[in-house]
Design a protein around this ligand. Structure first.
Ligand SMILES: Cc1cc2nc3c(=O)[nH]c(=O)nc-3n(C[C@H](O)[C@H](O)[C@H](O)COP(=O)(O)OP(=O)(O)OC[C@H]3O[C@@H](n4cnc5c(N)ncnc54)[C@H](O)[C@@H]3O)c2cc1C
Length: 386
């Protein structure tokens, strides 16, 4: 690619995918503008799990330590029945610090990305309402989420669909201590319902609850609704829910894009993150994959001779992985939301029979991925007058 003048990109959307892409492009010498429709970056969303694949990418972006310092390294994950009996447990080698997933407050990740970028890159309160046939910049990146406007100009047939359940999310004050000192990702599976708890940094625990519901169903008091639904589940669920601040519960119906059916680029337009591959949240990898997209895109743009070639490479590299994980996430969703007593009994038996080694391999398949290395361009020599 001609490096005479820095090429320019417009990134539509200032979520995790857009901010990570802007940072990655900056690191390979691009000028970037992020157009975000909201007046402020979205610092909601409660918490997140970041798996080692995402952390390797954040290392490429130069912010792994900033993120790690605000997060809790998790010792593994456990799945229980509603009565507390353990169905499956995966532990991570305590010495392998880089192999641990991290729990983090979502706002802390957004903060780490945004402060590395600098305010001059962000244009807040600047929605993109339509995509011109010819982008004004060298590259237009659609990082505008599951209802992407940019996607309509690249892959108009790809439409998100409701997956049959809703998720409530909240933060509870107190880190791992609030869960009895266990720094584990804990999920509990009942009939058509799930509950999760993740220590997320020194001061917070991230909790989430999923249940089969009709699309758009809402309650006047979502916290009361969650407390009622999970009241007789094992400790410390009721206790943890008693510490959620009223009014702080988020509720979202879950939508995804049909796996493998979204075109990822067209001309000089490209999609990243949920705009490209919104998936069910069951693997806890959506944000991680958005961050991967950012690094792979920057690598392709810094190594291929033309932008068009780079976007073709990017799409070829990303499509198989995001399609496979979106399918896997759907499968887990179906498995976790079984409602019939007989089917649940067989599921629970099967989970208890799976050796830890196999369970670890299933989790590791997504988390073992390594990004290509992106290097900041070498600064031209400065000629000082003597
Ligand atoms: C319940 C739940 C739990 C999850 N847990 C995890 C987890 O543990 N780990 C993980 O890795 N992932 C998780 N995810 C997935 C993760 O949240 C998403 O994949 C990720 O946030 C997607 O980021 P994004 O930037 O692509 O999209 P978004 O976060 O949707 O950001 C899109 C941005 O674009 C802006 N925008 C939209 N339209 C326009 C427009 N026309 N003009 C300008 N701006 C626009 C929006 O305002 C927004 O700021 C979870 C998701 C859910 C729903």
């Amino acid at each position: 690619m001609d490096r005479g003048t820095a090429p320019a990109a417009v990134v539509v959307g200032g979520g995790i995918g857009g901010l990570a892409t802007a940072l990655a492009l900056q690191r390979v010498g691009w000028q970037v503008t992020v157009r975000e429709r909201r007046d402020a970056l979205d610092r909601g969303g409660a918490g997140l799990v970041l798996w080692p694949n995402a952390m390797r990418c954040l290392a490429e972006l130069g912010i792994a330590e900033a993120v790690r310092s605000r997060s809790t390294p998790l010792t593994g994950s456990v799945i229980r029945r509603a009565d507390g009996r353990v169905l499956s447990r995966v532990t991570v080698d305590a010495r392998a610090v880089g192999a641990r997933p991290l729990g983090i407050v979502r706002a802390d990740l957004v903060e780490a990305l945004a402060s590395a970028l600098g305010p001059e890159v962000l244009r807040l309160g600047d929605p993109v309402t339509a995509v011109a046939a010819e982008p004004a910049a060298d590259l237009l990146v659609g990082a505008d989420g599951v209802r992407s406007v940019v996607r309509t100009s690249i892959s108009p047939d790809a439409q998100p669909g409701f997956r049959g359940y809703t998720v409530w999310r909240a933060l509870v004050p107190g880190g791992a201590d609030a869960l009895g000192g266990e720094a584990e990702l804990s999920e509990t599976w009942g009939a058509g319902m799930r509950f999760g708890m993740v220590p997320a940094g020194p001061d917070a625990t991230y909790v989430y609850a999923a249940a089969t519901t009709a699309q758009g169903a809402r309650s006047d008091d979502e916290l009361a609704e969650v407390r009622r639904r999970y009241a007789d589940w094992h400790p410390p669920i009721a206790d943890v829910l008693s510490r959620v601040e009223p009014g702080s519960v988020l509720r979202h119906d879950i939508f995804d894009l049909p796996p493998g059916r979204t075109r990822l680029h067209n001309g000089r337009r490209v999609l990243v993150g949920d705009a490209a591959h919104a998936m069910e949240p069951n693997l806890g990898q959506g944000a991680g994959l958005a961050i991967e997209d950012a690094v792979v895109l920057a690598h392709a743009l810094s190594t291929r001779p033309s932008i068009e070639d780079a976007l073709t490479d990017y799409a070829a590299a990303r499509a198989p992985r995001v399609t496979a994980l979106a399918r896997q996430s759907r499968q887990i969703g179906r498995f976790a939301r079984l409602e019939r007593r007989g089917a649940i009994g067989i599921r629970d038996l099967a989970m208890r029979a799976i050796p830890d080694r196999l369970a670890r391999r299933a989790v590791g398949a997504a988390a073992d991925w390594c990004p290509p290395l992106i290097a900041p361009p070498i600064a031209p020599p400065t000629h000082q007058e003597t």
